[in-house]
Write a protein that binds this ligand. Structure first.
Ligand SMILES: Cc1cc2nc3c(=O)[nH]c(=O)nc-3n(C[C@H](O)[C@H](O)[C@H](O)COP(=O)(O)OP(=O)(O)OC[C@H]3O[C@@H](n4cnc5c(N)ncnc54)[C@H](O)[C@@H]3O)c2cc1C
Length: 459
């Protein structure tokens, strides 16, 4: 235990008196796990302690002690965040919610579920499926990320162009504030406009405003009818993007609309040890649900052909699942190429093709490899900046800066779904401007006057 300051020793002893001692962990090997998330960033040294809260009263005790000792708190779900918002450094306390993982209520009549924050997104869906319901937010990390983390990052996913991002599925939250007081935000009713919408404010706040200890989330009845899946190859990502626009403009609303550029597609095929895709091709994956899915897929196929695509409709469920597996394997395939900065800009859908062109230009001019995948239905691109070094070098940051400027020039945003964390912090003013950044800081100070919740992240 040597090397800890008297303050941190006092804090740890106090916590072990107040909550079950085995939940308060200072084992160096365990603390090491909390120095990184999935952003590729790593702190210089380990935090003081990690507390594995099992109840909201544990969280209250932790926050009261942290406030009393002025110790910063990094709230942690399952640590799959890619914005550098959930890793901790020297002098910090990690508050892990992963053991608060109970589904507290499923109300089918009112179509909501009440869950603790550590419930894994995919686990909730497994339980709901048996009852004919589902939870729409579907980050590609749904098998490994927590609903608390999904809410705190306002996560998106493959289906949000049709079914919305996480915010649209959150009705109300129970939140423990920095001083240990607890508030209930939002509602369980279909409508409700009492006061400011603190549910929306806390959603996407990346652990900077409070600790979500339970959430009332909207669940949906399973959509009747089947699912039709279409895969199409295009000569370029620009062509695929134009085809997507034509599909949307025809009034068709696929639940999945994903583009992979040629480099990304080739890397995933190599990773999965599949036959190589047609040389130089980009791919577009479409999935329609509901009673009209077959007819809609047929209409989309005509449009894709007119835009230079070669579509093929999945013959059965196994074929469809294989096509989705290719899309869902982008992250590990990129990781195999080298150190990856996963970017997340979002542009108006009408500028998606221009953005693909700009990314190609940045690659050519800077000699950097940037395989790109896009949630084309909502204009959200994930360019993966690959480098051969074990860290993200400055020339990659310079290229990323060029990408952000292009996104803003096209009327877009720096982050569509991953958040600001530490990765995007230095560009916040470029998008929001001084006045808004100052206002956001004042809001943060109103929730957390001592700045102990995730300090140094986002703002
Ligand atoms: C393979 C892979 C695929 C991914 N795909 C997607 C995708 O498709 N879409 C997408 O949006 N993201 C995606 N992500 C990123 C990540 O999974 C999401 O951001 C996810 O929502 C984070 O959840 P988590 O439980 O891991 O949160 P963590 O990483 O633990 O935390 C993320 C942030 O939320 C805060 N936080 C966590 N829990 C709470 C809580 N209870 N109260 C308050 N604050 C809290 C943390 O302080 C931190 O700021 C992907 C990541 C990986 C590794």
């Amino acid at each position: 235990m040597s090397g800890r300051s008297p303050t941190s020793d006092d804090l740890v002893s106090e916590l072990r008196r107040k909550i079950r001692p085995d939940l308060v962990v200072t084992t160096p090997e365990i603390l090491e796990n909390f120095r990184a998330d999935r952003s590729g960033l790593r702190s210089d040294s380990a935090p003081i302690v990690v507390v594995f809260a099992e109840s909201s009263s544990d969280v209250v005790e932790v926050m009261m002690s942290a406030t009393a000792h002025r110790v910063p708190v990094v709230v942690r779900g399952t640590g799959t965040g890619v914005a550098g918002a959930s890793f901790a450094s020297a002098g910090e306390l990690v508050l892990s919610l992963e053991r608060m993982n109970r589904i507290l209520e499923i109300n089918e009549e009112e179509a909501y579920a009440i869950v603790e924050p550590g419930v894994i997104n995919g686990d909730l869906n497994d339980v709901l499926r048996d009852r004919g319901f589902w939870f729409a937010p579907d980050p590609a990390s749904r098998a490994i990320s927590s609903i608390g983390g999904n809410i705190a990052t306002n996560a998106g996913g493959l289906m949000c162009a049709k079914y919305g991002v996480t915010r649209e599925a959150v009705l109300g939250l129970t939140v423990v504030l920095a001083d240990g007081s607890m508030i209930e935000t939002g509602r369980r009713t279909m409508k409700g406009v009492t006061g400011l919408d603190l549910t929306a404010l806390v959603t996407g706040s990346e652990g900077t405003l409070g600790v979500i200890v339970s959430a009332c989330v909207r669940i949906r009845r399973a959509v009747p009818g089947g699912v039709s899946t279409v895969n199409a190859y295009f000569p370029s990502a620009r062509d695929a993007a134009n085809a997507c626009l034509a599909v949307s403009s025809a009034g068709l609303t696929p639940m999945v609309m994903e583009i992979m550029d040629d480099q990304c597609l080739a890397a995933v095929h190599a990773y999965l040890e599949l036959d190589s895709p047609p040389s130089g091709s980009a791919s577009l994956l479409l999935q329609f649900d509901g009673e009209s899915s077959t007819a809609n897929a047929a209409s989309a196929n005509d449009i894709l052909r007119r835009h230079g695509g070669r579509p093929e409709t999945a013959t059965d469920e196994a074929h469809a699942e294989e096509l989705l597996r290719i899309r869902r394997s982008v992250h590990p395939a990129m990781a195999r190429l080298g150190t990856t900065l996963i970017e997340d800009v979002c542009v108006p859908r009408t500028r998606l093709a221009d953005m693909f062109d700009r990314i190609s230009e940045i690659q050519r001019q800077r000699g950097i490899v940037i395989p790109t995948v896009a949630h084309a239905g909502d204009g959200n691109l994930h360019p993966n900046f690959i480098s051969e070094t074990d860290h993200i070098p400055e020339e990659i940051w310079d290229a990323a800066q060029e990408l952000f400027s292009a996104a803003l020039e096209f009327g877009g945003t720096l982050t569509g779904e991953h958040g600001v964390g530490t990765l995007k912090k230095r560009w916040l003013r470029q998008e929001l401007g001084d006045t808004q950044v100052e206002l956001q800081r004042r809001i943060k100070a109103a929730f957390d006057p001592l700045n102990i919740l995730n300090p140094g992240k986002v703002f």
